[in-house]
Design a protein around this ligand. Structure first.
Ligand SMILES: NC(=O)c1ccc[n+]([C@@H]2O[C@H](COP(=O)([O-])OP(=O)(O)OC[C@H]3O[C@@H](n4cnc5c(N)ncnc54)[C@H](OP(=O)(O)O)[C@@H]3O)[C@@H](O)[C@H]2O)c1
Length: 302
């Protein structure tokens, strides 16, 4: 592709009304200076992106459950960011959705697909990992000329789901053992995705995007306790005890097993690797956990 074509080529972001998708679009427009005329965004609910449409971004409807409509939705895009969906209700549904999207991208003549995966998805004990592993396999087997797999580490923001209960009880029930997590800010992952999408890579590349440190539950809880000024006791639990605790608190058992498998995955050391890939891709340092905590503390104290 010559320089002029690259200046004019169209970039498409799926799932653009989600937390990550919205930030990707902001980074494309404001951090990377991509003109609105080069952007296509898709979502199941276009009315939620009226603000982008008003700026001149082309907003299209796309639902990965609806394979027949996707080729039209992706038509004209040169590079496409496929944001993994949150469909965890029916086993296999999410992988089917991603298959639909990859096939549609191929049929629409897209040159490059970037996909938001997870660290070490193959052979993982995490119950949602097969969707990511299967999507990576589908990308590799596709006729797409090039792709980027973005193996996103866990967001700092996931802690907002765990910490209210931890801070209320003063206890952090965990089956993660000494396993560490190399969390990263969701906004940093949005910048990485925007950079991969807007770049000129015509390779098939896998990036593992971690934060700058990896902390065990005990190390994290010590930092959080200091930041909020309240003690936290880490209570080691066997996996089954963790599952039954969540079921007792009202969570359906299949979902409790999915959540508990995050701890198994952590205990196995599968999310502990601090890589330099975020820096290599974006040229920036990821936000440190301590800096994120400073920003998050007021919300955690509420
Ligand atoms: N690394 C991590 O720690 C972590 C944490 C949570 C989630 N994730 C994964 O990363 C993805 C993005 O994270 P997020 O924070 O933005 O989650 P989110 O706010 O829950 O967004 C969910 C995303 O799924 C899309 N989606 C759902 N059903 C779809 C369908 N049928 N067809 C097309 N798109 C569909 C949504 O798009 P529209 O609503 O715009 O249609 C939206 O982009 C999640 O969906 C999940 O796969 C990763």
């Amino acid at each position: 592709m010559n320089t002029k074509d690259r200046i004019d080529n169209k970039l498409l972001v799926t799932g653009a009304s989600g937390h990550l998708g919205r930030r990707v679009v902001q980074h494309l427009l404001h951090t990377l200076g991509i003109p609105t005329r080069r952007l296509i965004v898709t979502t199941r609910q276009p009315e939620r992106l009226a603000n982008l449409a008003a700026l001149g971004v082309e907003v299209r409807a796309a639902n990965f459950d609806d394979a027949n409509t996707l080729v039209k939705a992706f038509q004209g895009a040169d590079r496409l960011l496929l944001i993994s969906t949150d469909a965890l209700d029916v086993p296999g549904r999410r992988l089917m959705q991603h298959h639909n999207a990859i096939q549609a991208a191929e049929a629409a003549g897209v040159h490059h697909v970037a996909y938001t995966s997870m660290p070490l998805p193959h052979g993982s004990p995490l119950l949602i990992a097969p969707d990511h592993a299967g999507t990576e396999v589908a990308l590799a087997a596709s006729a797409l000329p090039s792709w980027s797999v973005l193996r996103n580490h866990w967001y700092f923001e996931n802690l907002f789901m765990t910490l209210p209960q931890v801070l209320q009880s003063g206890k952090w029930y965990s089956a993660a053992g000494e396993g560490r997590v190399a969390h990263i800010a969701r906004d940093d992952l949005a910048l990485a995705a925007a950079t991969a999408l807007a770049g000129s890579s015509s390779d098939k590349t896998t990036w593992t995007l971690s934060g700058s440190s990896a902390y065990s539950t005990a190390e994290m809880s010590a930092l959080i306790a200091k930041a909020v000024g309240r003690p936290i006791e880490v209570v080691p639990m066997p996996l089954e005890g963790l599952v039954q605790g969540m079921v007792g608190a009202g969570l359906p058992e299949p979902l409790a097993r999915v959540f508990a498998s995050f701890d198994t995955n952590t205990a196995a050391g599968r999310v502990a690797d601090v890589t330099g890939d975020f820096m290599r891709l974006t040229g920036r340092q990821p936000q440190a956990f301590e800096a994120w905590l400073e920003f998050a503390v007021p919300a955690l104290k509420d």
